[in-house]
Design a protein around this ligand. Sequence first.
Ligand code: ZN
Length: 218
Amino acid sequence: MRIILFGAPGVGKGTQAKILSSKLNIPHISTGDILRSAIDKKTPLGIEAKRLMDKGELVPDTIMFGIIRGTLEEEQSKNGFILDGFPRTVAQAKELDKLLNELNISQKKIVAITANEDEIIKRLTNRRACKNCKQIFTLDEIKYSDVCPNCNAKDSFYQRSDDKEEVIKKRLEVFNSTTKPVLDYYNENDKVIYVDGIGKVEEISQSILQNLEVSFEK
Ligand SMILES: [Zn+2]
């Protein structure tokens, strides 16, 4: 199964990608990870990407597509994959369609994990991290204590800047203005599967899997 996974900030997209990857036995291709790996392995595209990044420039689509193509052509991607973090623009979505066609991949599933924005803000502003062990907790979990349940550090909780309301609102704004048009594009040809991302992690994965099977039978 070929899945392109989308998710608003704070809906646990990465966690779901890992669960789906293990349940469906297909690789989780995070574009951030494969870019880092190309740089670490010093592939020609990785070297070029690093050169640009060191200058503070963005990695252009041509390089990203080269790296994605290489990963999709690997043996482990032959039976399917979960693409995570890409495409981010309609232009990239169109280009990706071309690439998938060239690779003779016609079937794909578009999954979008969604959540009400107030819920996301509530959920993320409710998080605290431990300075010492970096573990993240909800306020409920540490309500009666100033000792970290994981590493026993005292008074080590703080709110990460990523979990502050203004930062979350900005990320949601960016997500809405860039990702919504991409989903609209996919909705023209492929039916986007929307799954509510608020709830227990296992329930959300179950819901995604059920939805994938339903659309499988069509
Ligand atoms: Zn800790």
